[in-house]
Design a protein around this ligand. Structure first.
Ligand code: ADP
Ligand code: MG
Length: 211
């Protein structure tokens, strides 16, 4: 059983911010092919803002719910399509662990599922529309199924990561139907969706921070 408190959650966000920073150029390149080449920048700004905001918190006096709501507010200021999507994800994660000081395996999986659901509710994208939902939704479902089958947190996160990677890879065969790249229609075929690619990076960093 893994359990994390606010300090552990902050470490998770720090790990995500570092991973996104390291991946920034690739994400911009992917977005350059089917969008406007700013996805790496937008994500780095978003998680950079989160990192700064969390560094200001008194972690001894801030529970996971307040921390996640702070992350949501900070990310929102980052602009681009991903701003409101991840802000909603973190707000839903906050609601999923409301009132808890310590998060255990089931809470962490519930947080992931709430994030995926929040992204879907906010952006109204369905599976197969070539968005980050194509990585987040299968990842959350796989994590939930693994958890229910009695797997450890780390095993569940491995399964989630593999599902996200498959989902991101599968976006190459999809025609964009949501967001900026939908203007390209069939010309979006053959290219990975940048939002699905960054979702993989985030899920990997979550796994790494809990390993
Ligand atoms: P922008 O399109 O404003 O430049 P970004 O480049 O930061 O924003 O993000 C682009 C990514 O946002 C896409 O690759 C896609 O994964 C995701 N996206 C766009 N619209 C939606 C939506 N309605 N639902 C889910 N994800 C979306
Ligand atoms: Mg863009």
């Amino acid at each position: 059983m893994t359990s994390i408190d606010s300090a552990g959650l902050k470490r998770m966000f720090d790990e995500i911010a570092a991973a996104i920073d390291a991946d920034k150029d690739r994400l911009c390149q992917l977005d350059g092919v089917i969008g406007d080449a700013d996805h790496g920048i937008a994500m780095a700004l978003g998680f950079g803002a989160v990192r700064e905001a969390l560094a200001q918190l008194d972690l001894a006096a801030t529970g996971p719910t307040a921390l996640l709501n702070t992350a949501a507010k900070s990310f929102l200021n980052a602009g681009a399509s991903s701003g409101p999507l991840y802000a909603t994800a973190f707000m839903r994660a906050a609601a999923a662990v409301k009132g808890k000081a310590i998060l255990e395996d089931a809470d962490i999986i519930a947080m992931l599922r709430a994030m995926a659901q929040g992204i879907q509710d906010r952006g109204k994208a369905e599976l197969g529309e070539k968005t980050m939902v194509d990585a987040w939704l299968p990842a959350a479902q796989a994590a939930g199924a693994a958890q229910e089958a009695g797997k450890t947190l780390l095993e569940s996160l491995e399964t989630a990561l593999a599902a996200a990677e498959r989902g991101a890879e599968a976006t190459k065969d999809m025609i964009a139907a949501k967001g900026r790249s939908s203007r390209l229609g069939e010309r979006s075929l053959g290219h990975m969706d940048p939002g699905a690619a960054s979702a993989v990076t985030i899920i990997k960093a979550i796994r790494d921070s809990l390993a």
